[in-house]
Design a protein around this ligand. Structure first.
Ligand SMILES: Cc1ncc(COP(=O)(O)O)c(C=O)c1O
Length: 467
């Protein structure tokens, strides 16, 4: 255990004391270690939403008190998000949308690429959301990785100088959703800017765990664009944001048009609004924006250095414990002394139990929620697992034939602010037992999905929630 007891942040969150059923007939509190996917809501978020809903009304186009108040709240939320990431309203705009995926797709459609000439440099460690949208609009080069899964910065340097005048954008993740590696974003941004490229950071993972500073555009290490998702920041109300250079959105047509995006429309012409309105077609998710801003306020009051410190202590403790379990391998960086410089996202493999089965047992028998598989980062997982081109092709062939039963993958445990050392102990105990074959259920696999279910046991969801 760490020398200093960790602060208990559980009271700030909703639902952590709720009991869930496990296979032996007992109930227990859920141990949620799937925060890299989505996080539980903060009470402060629920409170803000409750308070706001009393006055909720149409934004922007309404003239009554409630409409004006709703508009005020929506615009205040925008300012709070911008301040949180060190953006300023001279250089930047904040465009609300659903999530990071939507934000990156929007940017891909809005940057004026010449597909014959322009290249986007991304990497092999990206979530598909920071890879596929670029492939759809121009040529993409994936920067390679070191064997343990870190960005190969020397290769980035080589590609930047080789394609200097063609690289329109370098689009990299701030932190990996698989290994928790954090990229040196400001150093990389400076290199991108030196060849005239723009620099995007996918902050879906970074934003809930680290302070982000976009900096002013005249600083060489500034970030041109960042994206984030509120459901990973304890505010699951369907909002995300693209924050970035205002000048880019002052030109060209919006990627989606309709109500809210225009100053004036005639039957044969249109004058677009200034950003961000030009980029937010249709009625916005005002409640989601309020929720995100309330989560940010709470994170700021805890303090981002403390958030990072708390999660590093959990990660250190987990890596120490995992190293003592026989037949278990941690991918990426397994050194506990490096916990401060990474996120608490730990990819794990058990020698004798596949990731699909291990995840099912963790859920059914121990009440632990993790994620298993490839975490929307197929190329990265294949790299980490060291699969050859031929082996990867065979994986693809089996998938295309509708059989995921042998899909390569890992189990991922990921921490949030509310997790405790006891949560880590619960995981360690469960993994240690599973790796020894000490589990009770009889499991059957669905070959189409790869997932396992326990024979003869099915939780009664309707007893817990029903519409
Ligand atoms: C690094 C990273 N980028 C992008 C995404 C996509 O986020 P969303 O599903 O909120 O669009 C995720 C989600 O897991 C992620 O981890």
């Amino acid at each position: 255990m760490p020398n200093q007891p960790l602060t208990d942040y559980r009271p700030l969150f909703i639902g952590l004391d709720a009991l869930i059923p496990i296979m032996d007939g007992n109930c227990r509190c859920y141990t949620n270690l799937d925060n890299a996917a989505s996080t539980p809501p903060l009470k402060a978020v629920q409170q803000a939403v409750d308070d706001f809903l009393v006055y909720y009304s149409s934004v922007h186009r309404g003239t009554g008190f409630k409409s004006q108040l709703s508009t005020h709240a929506y615009e205040q939320a925008r300012q709070i998000v911008m301040r949180f990431v060190g953006a300023n309203s001279t250089d930047h705009t904040c465009i609300f949308g659903k999530n990071t995926t939507e934000a990156i797709n929007k940017l891909a459609r809005r940057l004026p690429f010449d597909p014959k000439r322009n290249i986007v440099l991304t990497s092999g460690m990206e979530h598909h959301s920071n890879d596929l949208p670029w492939r759809a609009v121009t040529q993409v080069i994936h920067i390679g990785l070191t064997p343990d899964g870190q960005l190969d910065e020397a290769e980035l340097d080589t590609q930047l100088s080789r394609y200097a005048d063609k690289v329109a954008l370098v689009a990299l993740t701030g932190a990996s959703n698989v290994t928790g590696f954090i990229n040196p974003i400001h150093r990389l941004a400076e290199k991108a800017h030196a060849v005239g490229a723009l620099f995007l950071v996918d902050c879906a993972q970074l934003a809930p765990h680290r302070k982000i500073e976009m900096l002013r555009l005249d600083q060489p290490e500034h970030l041109d664009f960042i994206t984030l998702s509120a459901h990973k920041m304890y505010a699951p109300f369907g909002t995300g944001a693209l924050i970035g250079r205002k000048d880019i959105f002052e030109h060209g047509d919006p990627d989606m048009s309709g109500g809210g995006t225009v100053e004036i429309v005639t039957l044969d012409s249109v004058v677009w609004s200034a950003p961000p309105e030009r980029e937010e077609a249709g009625s916005p998710n005002t409640v989601g924006a309020v929720a995100l801003a309330a989560a940010i306020r709470q994170l700021e009051s805890v303090g981002m250095p403390e958030v990072a410190h708390h999660e590093a202590a959990l990660t250190r403790y987990a890596l120490e414990g995992l190293s003592r379990i026989q037949g278990l391998k941690v991918f990426g960086d397994h050194d506990p002394s490096n916990a401060d410089g990474r996120l608490g996202v730990i990819p794990i493999q058990l020698e004798h139990v596949t990731h699909f089965l291990a995840a099912a047992i963790l859920g059914y028998e121990f009440g632990i929620g993790v994620r298993s598989g490839c975490f929307c980062a197929h190329p990265y997982i294949l790299h980490l697992l060291g699969l050859s081109k031929e082996e990867s092709a065979e994986v693809r062939r089996r998938m295309e034939a509708g059989d995921k039963s042998e899909m390569p993958g890992l189990i991922r445990a990921s921490f949030g602010l509310y997790n405790t050392l006891e949560d880590v102990d619960t995981l360690l105990e469960a993994l240690s037992r599973i790796s020894k074959g000490d589990y009770k259920g009889d499991y059957i696999q669905n070959r189409a999905t790869g997932e396992y279910s326990a024979v003869g046991w099915q939780p009664d969801f309707a007893a817990y929630f029903n519409l």
